[in-house]
Design a protein around this ligand. Sequence first.
Ligand code: ZN
Length: 305
Amino acid sequence: MKLKKSFPLLGQVYPVLGNHEGFPCDQFDLKGDKHQWILDNASDLWRQWFTEESYISFRKYGRYSQLHPGTKLRIMTVNTFLYGVLNSYLWSDSTDPHHDLEWIEITLKNAEINNESVIIIGHIPPTMTDSEISISITLDWQKRYHSIIERYTNIIRAQMFGHTHQDNIQVMRGAKNKDQIIGLVYILPQLGIFRSSNPSYRIFDVQTDNYAISNYHQYRLYINEANKAGTPKWRVAYIFKLFYNVSSMEYSNVAKAIESFRTDPEFTKKAIEQMFQEGPDGTKWADKKSMHMSRHFELYVLHVH
Ligand SMILES: [Zn+2]
């Protein structure tokens, strides 16, 4: 309600749960009901945004999918917060104890039958590399998720996640054919200030004919500037197509732009500063040239299973 009061023009909101919603954090009882209190409270808090079907699904399972009003675009949540490697309830069964992969597959199959397009939203990116596995989700789950995405790449328009407090794009490639790009994963920068970052939000442009992402504007509030001025002022930090120098956001174009990190250290430096939302950590990493090239590339390109 507070959101609606503060932003009266706000449209539809699609909430997702993260790994810090409960206490102790990261712990979710996948087969029992020890985290039911979170679902009870969150489903009532967010009821205004849900269809009746979504409300029932979310209250029971923490997941839902629904069509964006007046379109054939389905927004589908994935419960990656349940499969964090820190969740000790996974120790007895690390596969799909909550049947989330099964539900994702069925939801995508129905969307395909109904000629819908799908944007996937979730919290922990299901595409993190081995070196980041301590804050990621189990590799078993990631591999199976990857297979489902590959099967339904024809209807999935984007995958959007958070969790890392960084601004990344990951390229998903075919398991067998590495030249085939099966998806782009947008890891969105944070509105908070973790790691001294500058608060950020993003507006995506979506094509009305096929619901593909055609561009985005990255907005930022520069804390030091706001402190000096005594008043906060949001500005555009960068516009994707201009910054990455691409004519469109087709998968192949974006992948090519990301490949240029290999050969263009100056651009890489700028991208790393954006990755850390132009905070001090960005400057620190961008200056460590030998380290940042490998780290950056690793973060941007999903290893193929
Ligand atoms: Zn998180």
